[in-house]
Design a protein around this ligand. Structure first.
Ligand SMILES: *[C@@H]1O[C@H](CO)[C@@H](O)[C@H](O)[C@H]1NC(C)=O
Ligand SMILES: *[C@@H]1O[C@H](CO)[C@@H](O)[C@H](O)[C@H]1NC(C)=O
Ligand SMILES: *[C@@H]1O[C@H](CO)[C@@H](O)[C@H](O)[C@H]1NC(C)=O
Ligand SMILES: *[C@@H]1O[C@H](CO)[C@@H](O)[C@H](O)[C@H]1NC(C)=O
Ligand SMILES: *[C@@H]1O[C@H](CO)[C@@H](O)[C@H](O)[C@H]1NC(C)=O
Ligand SMILES: *[C@@H]1O[C@H](CO)[C@@H](O)[C@H](O)[C@H]1NC(C)=O
Length: 490
């Protein structure tokens, strides 16, 4: 009872202060975690019954049982302590590592959960149609079951300035994870009109100090909480915290914006985990912006259409060499190129797609219309051939790709200038090789439109490049990251 707060009425609209680290009060984190499940629930119930808007939580570590969820009653928001962290820790049996859950019922409107450390505790948002925006901001999620934040049949959610960490013991185990079996940061099913911005998904904790100066102030407050956990609360966290099946996993979503997040797998490619995607989208109408990720459209789930896809203004940097190639048989591009549209033709030809998928509904050529690829820049570390744009077996007349996709480092084919070659159906030139042994795509005549920028949504045309790339050094600290604003190679 003594550690958790009394109730206070506050205005929600909280500001983040950059505070100097002090371990003065850290003793409160160093004793056995007690069970606060019933107390927290009763405080929430009381706040809801008396129309108090926010529960201001004290610093400390508060145990929550894994079985029944804590229910965030209507009208109540949760606010972690802004000086020293409020930590919710699961009390689950280590034999199962089951997460505890804060459940947000449909009747909650305009709620927020801010500034809390969730130690294998997740947030589960129940189906609803609330017009008011709900916010999950400035939290730190350690592990957290199949999703640190799970929302289905919902809308109007803002997930901003959070840090999602996951260690190897809590990595996913399913080969092809599904909604119920994934181990992701954010999982949406049939979600609409929501934003996932300025978050970190996966991090090597030894590099926290490199990244911290280059992220926005709001995200710095979340990173400082992680620092506090390590240096003051002395929580034993593994260095490698990138074992997410997906940073963001979306099923059947509409109008989701994923913008300016940092997503890093953190561990050597020789460690295999289930799926290991940054963003996995099964569905339509989502916006990925300022998100330097490898993008491919895979029709795993019998989704046949990849219509209206815009791939604009991404920076893709290749820095891994053949030491980290996957085991034979090499997929040699049909799955892994800079911008890749899954190549059903080659995959089927070589019989490497698992039968239940392509037997059921996937046609030889996936239906794709209005695919726009413009303004993307590719680079490669010295001694490595850069990537190409692989169209799989899309119908070339539906792909709109202009010469504004360019190399910023020496090009694959010098005669083409900095223009990035297009690969179609894995057809390479017979007797030619790139400077470092790579294969060179055959030239196909594709439609080129001069006004592709008009097909990029207006509000995504002039996004600033976030500074956080400065916190990264690649290939085990041997290759400095290039500026995403590097000009096309001359
Ligand atoms: C639970 O997590 C701990 C570390 O936090 C790990 O050592 C243990 O293997 C995990 N158990 C299971 C069943 O995953
Ligand atoms: C997930 O599991 C629950 C309970 O087992 C089930 O009711 C639900 O249909 C499942 N959802 C999906 C998308 O598989
Ligand atoms: C990002 O991941 C790489 C491995 O892919 C790792 O070497 C690096 O330390 C990570 N950086 C951060 C900031 O997590
Ligand atoms: C597909 O199979 C053919 C013939 O067996 C082989 O030459 C080619 O390299 C394979 N392609 C891929 C991408 O595995
Ligand atoms: C897929 O099709 C092949 C040949 O048409 C058939 O032999 C196989 O049983 C089918 N597999 C499934 C899972 O339906
Ligand atoms: C990274 O470099 C360190 C020394 O700088 C070395 O000990 C370690 O083995 C390297 N890791 C990999 C994956 O190459």
């Amino acid at each position: 009872m003594k550690l958790l707060s009394t109730l206070l009425l506050v205005l929600v609209g909280l500001f983040a202060y950059a505070k100097a680290q002090s371990c003065q009060n850290a003793d409160i984190y160093k004793h056995d975690v007690e069970d606060y499940t019933d107390l927290l629930q009763s405080l929430i119930d009381k706040a809801s019954a008396t129309n108090q808007h926010a529960l201001l939580l004290k610093p400390g570590r508060f145990g929550l049982r894994g079985k029944d969820p804590i229910v965030l009653k209507p009208g109540v928001s949760l606010q972690g302590n802004t000086d020293d962290p409020t930590i919710f820790t699961t009390l689950s049996d280590p034999k199962s590592n089951e997460s505890a859950t804060i459940q947000v019922p449909a009747a909650s409107m305009g709620w927020s959960i801010q500034g809390i450390v969730f130690d294998n505790v997740n947030i589960d948002i129940q189906p609803h149609k609330n017009p008011a925006v709900a916010k999950i901001e400035n939290n730190v999620f350690l592990n957290g079951g199949r999703g640190a934040i799970v929302s289905n049949f919902g809308m109007n959610l803002l997930i901003d300035s959070n840090v999602f960490l996951r260690d190897q013991a809590h990595a996913g185990t399913e080969f092809i994870p599904k909604y119920n079996t994934t181990n992701a940061g954010v999982v949406f099913e049939t979600q609409e009109n929501s934003m996932i911005t300025n978050n970190i998904f996966g991090m090597d904790l030894r590099k926290l100090g490199d990244v911290l100066p280059h992220v926005p102030a709001e995200l710095q407050t979340s990173l400082r909480k992680v620092q506090y956990l390590l240096t003051c609360a002395e929580l034993e966290l593994e260095d490698q915290q990138g074992f997410l099946a997906s940073g963001v996993q979306l099923y059947h979503t509409n109008e989701i914006t994923i913008k300016s997040n940092i997503m890093n797998a953190t561990f050597p490619d020789t460690i295999r985990i289930a799926q290991d995607h940054a963003i996995s989208v099964v569905g339509i109408s989502n916006y990925l912006a300022n998100t330097a990720v490898m993008i491919y459209v895979a029709n795993h789930a019998d989704f046949m259409q990849v219509d209206n896809t815009v791939v604009y203004n991404n920076f893709l940097y290749r820095f891994l060499d053949h030491n980290v190639d996957p085991a034979e048989p090499h997929l040699a591009g049909w799955l892994y190129e800079g911008i890749t549209f899954y190549d059903f033709w080659t995959a089927r030809l070589n019989n490497t797609i698992r039968p239940p998928i392509w037997n059921s509904s996937v046609p030889i050529s996936p239906f794709a219309h209005q695919v726009v690829i413009t303004g993307n820049r590719f680079g490669a570390a010295p001694g490595i051939d850069p990537n190409v744009i692989s169209l799989g077996n899309l119908d070339p007349t539906q792909a709109m790709i202009d010469g504004k996709n360019c190399y910023v480092s020496p090009p694959l084919v010098p005669e083409l200038g900095s223009k990035i070659p297009l690969l179609w159906r894995q057809t390479y030139k017979a007797d030619a090789a790139a400077p470092f042994g790579g294969k060179i795509p055959q030239v196909f005549k594709f439609r080129e439109s001069r006004k592709l920028i008009q097909r990029v949504p207006e509000d995504l045309r002039h996004l600033p490049v976030p500074a956080y790339w400065k916190g990264f050094t690649l290939r085990n600290n041997t290759v400095p990251m290039l500026s995403p604003e590097s000009p096309c190679f001359q």
